[in-house]
Design a protein around this ligand. Sequence first.
Ligand code: NAI
Length: 249
Amino acid sequence: MQRLQDRVAVITGAGSGIGLATARRFAEEGAKVVCVDLDEPSGAKAADEVGGLFVKADVTSEDDVVRMYQTAFDAYGSVDIAFNNAGISPPDDDSILETGLDAWRRVQEVNLTSVYLCCKHVIPYMRRQGKGSIINTASFVAVMGSATSQISYTASKGGVLAMSRELGVQFAREGIRVNALCPGPVNTPLLQELFAKDPERAQRRLVHIPVGRFAEATEIAAAVAFLASDDASFITGSEFLVDGGISGA
Ligand code: NAI
């Protein structure tokens, strides 16, 4: 019997990076995976690869979020795991003095409001089932801040962390665990894009990572699979750091 045998998992941002690696890992561990992404080709490819379902959805749209959980439930009869992971990187100059209100709002919308919508609409399924595991992707910057000027991004992830803690506490007695995943820098298209714009930024980051390298998405996926599984049955409301030691340095 595998750890996630027949659990129904909905993953947002499943077409790329951490979401894609987690879709693969969940499937390996026996889960039925619903891959959600705004980008149809990559999301559909991921679903095809893991033998799951693809739902094209924009996680900033409440109608889309309602539809994606309904689709998962209609197809498989439960929603056991929600990995609320879709997100975007900071805008080009994200210092407090330069970031415009539109850019700020866009980052909050995609990174934070989306998590609010996902939690709001998945919890009723989990309540009825009397169990569930929600993992929300925050970031190490939510815990320690960032010297590289990314105020809207850091604030959005801080919000994800606080919301996860609050919900973890609030729903603990109902068998629903809610944790914030806080990855350090991970070698994904999101990070590669950021570093392509500012190569020195990569070097500055690397210096501060005690293990001396960026994470691979598979290493983050392993932690998500743990949090999703019953092995993590006493872990809720946590900030779960998978950061190569960066927050302790
Ligand atoms: P990625 O860019 O490789 O993948 C993100 C996926 O989310 C893409 O497939 C994209 O199409 C999808 N997406 C974006 N906006 C969407 C929307 N409105 N609706 C539905 N799907 C949408 O990024 P990566 O690196 O895998 O990041 C995943 C999460 O991890 C993000 O929340 C990111 O902020 C967070 N994170 C990433 C770190 C890194 O170093 N890569 C470090 C810490 C946190």
